[in-house]
Design a protein around this ligand. Sequence first.
Ligand code: URA
Length: 433
Amino acid sequence: MSPIEPFDVVDLIRTKRDRGPLGTAEIDWMIDAYTRGYIADEQMAAMAMAIFLNGMERTEIRDLTLAMINSGERMSFASLSKRTTDKHSTGGVGDKITLPLAPLVASFGVAVPQLSGRGLGHTGGTLDKLESIPGWQANISNERMSQILADVGAVICAAGSGLAPADGKLYSLRDITGTVEAIPLIASSIMSKKIAEGTSALVLDVKFGSGAFLKDIEQSRELARTMVALGEDAGVATSALLTNMNVPLGFAIGNANEVRESVEVLAGGGPSDVVELTLALAREMLALAGLPDADVAGALADGRAMDTWRAMIRAQGGDPDATMPVARETHVVVASRSGVLVEQAGLPFGIAAWRLGAGRARKQDPVQHAAGIDLHAKPGDEVHAGQPLFTLSADEPARFARALEALEGAYRIGDAGDEVHTGGPLIAERIGS
Ligand code: URA
């Protein structure tokens, strides 16, 4: 005889549909019953839509996060003799910051256990970028991860399926039911994985603007506040930066080309926006780990961060000196007239890079490591008629037409003195104590 269940899922769906709060025991049971397959996908989809439409109170979001953490294993780095600190970005176009950031922070003797994902849709995934380095392995055991953290200090790897499995199941369902963009669901999804990962400090890079997954800064602020509160409640020192994703970050959008740009930053160069954000996030991470005065710019300039990068790549089987993949075909777009580049919208460039093969439409699809876009000018730059504005790269030339379609109206050349549309400063706000 099957055990008697303590709640009826239809009652819980009705409660949320009618804007009522769910109690701790109800949420615990719901997540457990969904994970073990007792609650059907269609019932959970109805619940996700009710949450999307009617929201959740803070206590419900905390309960949901804890229930998802408890659905799987909790990692612990307590045996390491180093403090741990991590970063999570809500994802954007050209966002390769994790690559220079993790080794930079680790070069100060702090451990950075960075469990990352693969890209879905127009925002790229850190693992896809690193997998363009010949030999580099994303899947490593927890023991190997601890060993690399002890020896090198930074590890960027795939999260095992044992971490918050309820989130994996619920996220896939949200993806196909139009319920991804719900703040309670996003906050609990991200924070359940980060808290289960066992980091003692966490910095959140919450993006807003055209290339971000929440466009509106108000919504990003609400998400950031919710996640910071969840982190603090769980004993993880947490802060957030609200950062502008109206314009692609840096000049490279793709996989191999983003690795190349990250290495430029580690070599003390690179685009100013990528450097600014890397330094700001590194300062936040190190401050939360008890090193508020670390000279992060110095560690980029003197090669300490680069040394850690090379060791980190080698520790996961990669060759930091290997030749990176190059696309078979390129297509250069030039300026139609002279003037000033006044607009370069993040989202269309992300979609174009995705259509070139840099991203995937379904989880199981492979990515093309050399596909992507290299920008040759940024908003505010003076350009001359015939000058290259950006280069598209792909393995199959048939991909160019659809990428160019995505870019129609995405960039504009104006006259000197015209307003340049960047949507404001790169770092808009800090949230946290
Ligand atoms: N990333 C996650 O991990 N979860 C979400 O819900 C959205 C982005």
